[in-house]
Design a protein around this ligand. Structure first.
Ligand code: GLY
Length: 355
């Protein structure tokens, strides 16, 4: 059940998450013993593809594989799903009808990170980000440079624009203005006729789905990925929060990891996932730390823009295998998928107050 809570209790509550234990360990950062449920993998996606991704990542973790392998292979499952209009192949394109992808990866064990932005024609941008991380001295490659790099590493160029995404884009394009040279034609000016012409291709406003995959392996190492096709119909070249370390994704092996979805501009300006991980370092649970970040964003932006209507959802895990998620009010229920020794489950987090 989704819980709506007051601002005070939003700060003060503590959810009893992550029950059940495989290990008991003491982590120097925290300085006290605590039950630990690892390995574990989570994602912000809660559809069947998200579930499949969790199964794939879990298999790797259970066989002693690394968190970085688990998050990459799990994220790839979501990226190649043609039905998913928010990530990888099948993503909603930019205003020119071109799919441009952003992704980041961070490995807590090596404290290394890699990312790509505005990457075209490659279905699995998080794997390119991993190669940037592991095989270069850079953190971020963008646009044509990222594509050239991916091709040198053997990634195959493919058209990422599915028929569904192309038609959603065409519908948006035709409906954009009656002062340009695009349709709809006279015989479809009636709303009902237009609706039936575009049946199956919903009218879409700016759309900003994304996915986060975070994991902790049997050695206690933490890793994460955030991957997206970004804001639908964006200005070509626009980069969101997903490939920016500390905004769309942050991992600290001594603490845990956090990922963001929602409109990236606000997440970039607030360095939100870095903030969440730092809050966990100070002793907040993942659930509380996600809530703290939402409060921080609302506090800042409401002061300068009372009409601000933010969209963020955050997910986080800590070294103990605890997890949490929270989202801004008015954007639906905050949910995440979790796979641990208890199997697969969907967790419902909390909704932030807006004043
Ligand atoms: N969070 C995805 C984006 O804004 O691009």
């Amino acid at each position: 059940m989704t819980t709506k809570i007051s601002r005070r209790s939003f700060f003060n509550r503590s959810l009893g998450l992550g029950a059940g234990a495989l290990l008991i360990k003491t982590f120097p950062t925290f300085g006290f013993s605590k039950k630990v449920t690892i390995p574990m993998i989570v994602t912000s996606h809660t559809n069947q593809t998200g579930h499949n991704a969790m199964e794939t990542g879990w298999e790797i973790l259970l066989n002693g594989g690394s968190a970085i392998d688990a998050v990459e292979k799990a994220a790839n499952i979501i990226e190649i799903d043609p039905e998913d209009a928010s990530v990888g192949y099948g993503g909603i394109p930019n205003e020119h009808g071109v799919v441009q992808l952003d992704a980041s990866i961070m490995d807590g064990k090596t404290y290394n990170a890699g990312s790509v932005a505005c990457l075209e024609n490659i279905k699995i941008p998080s794997s390119v980000a991993r190669i940037v991380m592991e095989r270069t001295d850079h953190v971020m490659l963008v646009g044509q440079g990222a594509l050239d790099f991916a091709k040198k590493w053997g990634f195959r160029e493919e058209n990422l624009l599915t028929e569904k995404a192309r038609k959603i884009w065409l519908r948006w394009k035709e409906g954009l203005s009656d002062r340009d040279d695009w349709g709809p034609p006279e015989h479809l000016k009636d709303k009902e006729d237009l609706e039936s012409y575009w049946e199956g291709f919903p009218e879409t406003e700016h759309h900003y789905g994304t996915t986060n995959v975070l994991a902790i392996d049997q050695n206690g190492d933490v890793a994460g990925i955030t991957t997206t096709s970004g804001l639908g119909f964006k200005i070509p070249g626009r980069v969101g929060d997903s490939p920016i370390i500390g905004a769309g994704l942050y991992v600290d092996n001594e603490v845990g990891a956090a990922g963001a979805t929602g409109r990236g501009e606000d997440v970039i300006k607030s360095c939100a996932t870095f903030y969440i991980v730092m809050r966990m370092k100070e002793g907040r649970t993942p659930q509380e730390a996600c809530e703290d970040a939402l409060i921080m964003i609302v506090d800042k932006y409401k002061k300068v823009n009372p009409d601000f209507f933010p969209s963020e959802k955050f997910v986080a895990i800590n070294k103990y295998g605890e997890f949490g998620c929270a989202r801004m009010k008015g954007r639906g229920k905050p949910r995440m998928s979790v796979m641990n020794d208890k199997g697969y489950s969907k967790h419902e987090g909390t909704i932030a107050p807006q004043e």
